[in-house]
Design a protein around this ligand. Structure first.
Ligand code: NAP
Length: 285
């Protein structure tokens, strides 16, 4: 039976440490770090993610601002706002909540955020630095997964076989890169992979980022594997669940992350941590 690894507990430790650092700044009458979040439209899931980020900033005493704009905001207006925030000395981190309305080109927006304020780690500069092995801001979800692996003493993955299911720019591709940098032998699989289970069953470490409720059950998993479930889905009863069928997978895995209370809270903790890093860099200029 697998040991359940609660990202929520690791995230709480990280947030407590950040809170302490911010309290020290306040005691010393220093400026405190600020995260600005831009939300376009009223997409329900985005609204809930943005609220979660706002709440997390509040918990640790980080300054934060939500700029909520109507769904018909033009790309030019959004780019102008980002430009203003790029030059605003009181702002350390800028996050534009994705997805954006169809009339706005997501790439244009990601490219517009100054790399040193790109606390989501999506700008090509930051992605390039990660690929070259000298990272600046890492994308939050993959960074959170690596923190979880550290806590179960899997910092060095030499000799381990890692399989990633999913190849998105925000999870699959960057986590594969970070696992490679940690010396794992990495395979990326996706919807066009043939005989996928034959591959996943060889994994010492299986990272699942698909977006399909409970798709991966015990028959995909090698006995004793570490299983990281990134998925956030609603099942047929509107219950929150991951991409992994937790009950059956937990019988075969050595370690498994749950949904909720798994990778989700780690993603938010890493956003706060990136914002703190942006602040430190900003203050040292
Ligand atoms: P995405 O951009 O939709 O990518 C999904 C990936 O899964 C794609 O690469 C797709 O392959 C692959 N896929 C789809 N069906 C498959 C199948 N039957 N077999 C194998 N691979 C399949 O999703 P994402 O943004 O990476 O997110 C994935 C999940 O993680 C979602 O549930 C999302 O909500 C969740 N998520 C959670 C967090 C968090 O903080 N916990 C953060 C980000 C995302 P193709 O490329 O071939 O289409």
């Amino acid at each position: 039976m697998a040991e359940v690894v609660y990202g929520s507990e690791i995230a709480a430790d990280i947030k407590a440490e950040l809170k302490k650092q911010i309290e020290e700044l306040k005691e010393n009458h220093r400026r405190i770090p600020k995260l600005t979040v831009i939300l376009i439209g009223d997409h329900a899931a985005s609204l809930s993610y943005v609220k979660g980020k706002e709440r997390a900033c509040g918990e640790i005493g980080m300054d934060n601002e939500l700029i909520a704009l109507p769904a018909d905001t033009s790309e030019a207006e959004l780019l102008e706002l980002i430009d203003r925030l790029n030059h605003d000395d009181t702002v350390d981190g800028i996050l534009v909540q994705l997805p954006l309305p169809k009339h706005i080109n997501e790439d244009h927006v990601i490219y517009a955020i100054a790399p040193h304020k790109d606390v989501d780690g999506f700008h090509p500069y930051n992605i390039g630095r990660m690929m070259m092995g000298s990272p600046t801001f890492l994308p939050c979800t993959p960074k959170g997964i690596m923190e979880v692996l550290k806590r179960i003493s899997l910092k060095d993955l030499s000799g381990k076989r890692a399989v990633v299911i999913g190849r998105s720019n925000i999870v699959g591709k960057p986590i594969a890169q970070l696992l490679l940098a940690a010396n794992a032998t990495v395979t990326i699989t996706h919807s066009k992979t043939a005989n996928i289970k034959e591959i996943t069953k060889t994994a010492d470490l299986l990272i699942v980022a698909i977006g399909k409720p409970r798709m991966v059950d015990a028959s995909w998993i090698k006995e004793g594997a570490v299983v990281i479930d990134v998925g956030v889905n609603r099942d047929e009863n509107n219950k929150l669940c991951g991409d992994v069928d937790f009950v059956s997978a937990a019988e075969k895995a050595a370690y498994i992350t749950p949904v909720p209370k798994g990778i989700g809270p780690m993603t938010i903790a890493m956003l706060l941590s990136n914002t703190m890093d942006a602040y430190r860099e900003h203050e040292s200029e």
